[in-house]
Design a protein around this ligand. Structure first.
Ligand SMILES: [Zn+2]
Length: 286
């Protein structure tokens, strides 16, 4: 069984505010254990968490061994003040503050660094993002600093120009990666980065009624075509469901992501995903 290379212990797949409130101030071992038991029951042995500032992911990492799970976490994810990411992670005002946070992550024995460098997809409007991305220069500096401390970098990033900037800076994994163009897909395939397209975050919304299905279907079809093209060009793709995100429940999220990836990759799915997970396991530890 494949692991989940992108999930969030602190979230519950239903409503992020209530899920976070449950752990805020005092992490709930009962919720974490129930979740880890669910993964174990499905034969899932590897999890890479995007991290949270409430301590849920780090507590899960402590407990995961009891469930036979290899659990990786970045302590907390980071984003620029005022941009997307503040609800779950910590925000820096400038590079000096970012550098101090990377030091804190090292002291807390984080496995890697997670940064948010663009907004979310706006599911009401195709091609639109919820917040302004960082500049290529800012992106290069963030990745350079993390690499200098010996960390691999997991980047939440959407939009062709921003993804290209991250690839040029040597990012280790591209999370989501919506709205790539042909040149961006080719650059990703040529790079050493692993792409985790988190298709379930879009696919599981179709028919939900919260967002227009035509926009969701167009986004999903675009992602499926890009996943197929990336692999055709020799790129590396891994399974990450974004479990905990709206409508992506823990443990069964892996299955829904697998079904969607199979639509793009067909017969090659298992080989491709095994290699993707192998690279993530190898690289995302300090
Ligand atoms: Zn995520």
């Amino acid at each position: 069984m494949f692991g989940d290379c992108h999930m969030h212990m602190v979230l519950d797949g239903v409503y992020y505010k209530e899920a976070i409130a449950a752990h805020d101030g005092h992490v709930r071992d009962d919720l974490i254990r129930r979740c880890l038991a669910g993964y174990r029951a499905r034969g899932i042995r590897f999890l890479r968490d995007g991290g949270d500032r409430f301590g849920a992911s780090m507590r899960a990492r402590e407990l995961a061994g009891e469930y036979g799970i290899d659990y990786r976490a970045p302590v907390f994810p980071m984003s620029l003040r005022g941009r997307y990411g503040g609800f779950i992670g910590r925000q820096f005002e400038n590079l000096a503050e970012y550098r101090r946070m990377v030091g804190e992550i090292a002291a807390a024995k984080g496995d890697f660094v997670k940064i948010m460098i663009s907004g979310l997809m706006d599911f009401d409007h195709r091609g639109v993002m919820t917040s302004e991305p960082l500049t290529p220069r800012q992106i290069a500096e963030l990745i350079h600093i993390a690499h200098g401390e010996g960390f691999a970098v997991m980047a939440h990033v959407n939009g062709a120009r921003t993804i290209l900037a991250a690839l040029e800076a040597g990012v280790d994994s591209v999370e989501h990666g919506a709205y790539m163009d042909e040149a961006c897909v080719a650059a990703l395939a040529e790079s050493r980065a692993v792409w985790v397209p988190t298709l379930a975050t879009v696919g599981n919304l179709i028919g939900d009624g919260r967002y227009p299905d035509d926009v969701l279907t167009a986004i999903l079809e675009g992602q499926l075509a890009n996943v197929a093209a990336c692999v055709r060009l020799g790129g590396c793709v891994a399974l990450g469901s974004d479990a905990g995100a709206y409508r992506v429940p823990h443990d069964v999220g892996v299955k829904s992501e697998y079904v969607l990836l199979r639509r793009a990759l067909g017969e090659r799915t298992d080989d491709v995903l095994a290699e993707g997970e192998r690279r993530i396991r190898e690289r995302f530890r300090r």
